[in-house]
Write a new protein. Sequence first.
Lengths: 502, 269
Amino acid sequence: MAEHIIELQNVTKYYDDNLVIDNVSFYVNKGEFITFLGPSGCGKTTTLRMIAGFDLPSSGKILLNGKDISLLPPNKRPVNTVFQRYALFPHLNVFENIAFGLKCKKVRNTYENADGKSYTKTERLSKKEIGEKVKKALALVDLEGFEKRSISTLSGGQQQRVAIARAIVNEPEILLLDEPLGALDLKMRKEMQLELKAMHKRLGITFIYVTHDQEEALTMSDTIVVMADGVVQQIGTPTKIYNEPANTFVADFIGESNILTGTVVGEKRVKFCGKAFDCLDLFERNEMVDVVVRPEDIVMCPPEEGTLVGDVISVVFKGIHYEITAQVGKYELVINSTESRSVGERIGMKIAPDGIHLMKPKYTTNVFVGTITKRNTVKFADGEFACDVTQLYPGSHLDAEEYLITETGEKIDLTDTKVRVEVGLDDIEISDDQGAGGTTGRIISIIYKGDHYRLIVRTEGEEEEDFVFSTDDLWNEDDLVSVIIPKEKIKLSLAQTEEKKR
Amino acid sequence: MKIPHFSRKTLCIPYAVFLIFFVIIPMLVIVFYAFTDKNMHISLGNFIRFFSDPTKLSTIVYSLVIALITTVICLLIAYPVAYILARSKMKRKFVILLLFVLPMWINFVLRVNALRELFNLLSSLQGMDWLASSNYFKTVFGMVYDFLPFMILPIYTTMLKIDPSLYEASRDLGAGAATTFLRITVPLSMPGIMSGVTMVFLPSMTNYVVSDMLGNAKVTIIGKFIYEYFGTDWHMGSMVALVLLVVVFVSTWLTGGFSSEENVRGANL
């Protein structure tokens, strides 16, 4: 079994009152190239900063080689960082930048005195040793002879190399890289990806890499940690993450995919787009599932041979392949193929069992904790909605003063009653008109599900609740919208516990 | 309709006129007066008289010492303030900065007057009578009080411009808090220190209002000297002004204020 060089145990991090890392646990094997991958704001950089020591976890432990380092300052940790915008010292030249860490370092040397007894002394590195190490580091990043150059005269790629040299010259046990290639142009980035990978092989140390670029993660990593919303979504090898995504988020984030809603109709059989398919995943019969099919797993064939039949509605040339979109009934499917088709052509489609991935849907309904207010409205998710409070007590009705009268004639003042609010995925509408609904929020996620979009709207107030729902209309991410829920679609029940569930 | 077009050259003309009439010609006049005698004959008399007169030389030295002490005290007070304010994540740090800088917006003479009254009041207290005769102390105190904002502001703005990830990089490479301060913070805030020093050092050599009002006119600084000579002897006054100019030029040159690279990175001069 490989050694765990870093292990995170139930790490949680709050910035002020915002939860950015939510109870994350995982380990990193010694010598591996591991990548934290996720959209911006998913907590990947914060996780890296906690390993470096710039941020301390609010709770939980970080172990390095089995020892708790959670509270150790960064200068006492055997890790070095390559920063996002390099953070090279502008007042020092290339040599001085790279030598900075070496000059801070103290080493124990053993000597023999005149009597032949050995003794150890803690000393700083000599000028000669520093010079040699810097030279070696510069050679490693192909910048021989750049010692005297000032930082401002270097190109972005050269600064990047100096930043890497400055970190690895200290011979850290772990090299942390925080989106180091983000500022480079595409060609340079591809080159550096391969160089970093080669460097990882040569140095044999652990690399922890942070990026939002899924292709970069797939190219370079031994292991990928996919993060979203401060939670680890999936950990695995690039192949595993790509071929067997754990949920629709991972499927959508890594590569292109067709994400559809299906029903399990038998053992290893699932129905979607109106047709039944053989698949490899075992689920309960009649269970609703999310179905993920990669565009390259849909094989085109003559219409009479296909399980699915549809019409080509668009063809886009992508260099190595064509991206063909076909309309199948009310669903749209994306196909990647080296063969082209023409728009309007009728095609058949087949999907092999191993091309179909089933997963439990992440959201089946929206649940909130709310409070009934004076006007018999319910307050939740940073807003207030009209609702039917009589559903809380079967057989009850409202009297003229809007007080609730139960079946037995009891009069109840519901003000400040805690309730569980449930709203179905199809019962939410959004509007541009900010006053139209009970609350407003921003669209934080849009996933196309073949015939509709699955949107997540996060409210902007203190509660920051998420609404998940389906819509036929295309919206833009980050749009500020008003959330409308019809009165009769808000299901209330008396809250048993105060715990929030989704 | 033709739109009037001004070339860059045409736009320069007003400034050139200004510079000629208010900088170059006056300079030439001062040089002319400094090296002529009362009959407008070219002479080195003023030069020789100035440098052979011990009182004049000692005044120059006094001015330099007072200015130096003022500058050092201002720097010692301003640097921590600027450092803490620039690095803190406080939401209202702007207000605190404003409080430090606010005196700048109140009439200078009024402030010095108030300080004098305060000193008078204090020295009338028992055991505080030493204050009445400590003219140098009061002068330096007044100057520090007056010029402190000019030291805080440039240092604060340079420190704000330092990328916080540089501190993190330094810690990451194994430097402790003290090493980071000495090897990252101080060198990178040097342009701010330099411009603060220039903005405090020069006025404290020439601004004789403070020394007059707080030092009971017992403290004579070089600015006072120039002022007095222009009442009686323009030629000698011009010579003193010229000597001051040379002193300033040399001290600016020594602190690296003319190097163009520094000007790119932070405000200087």
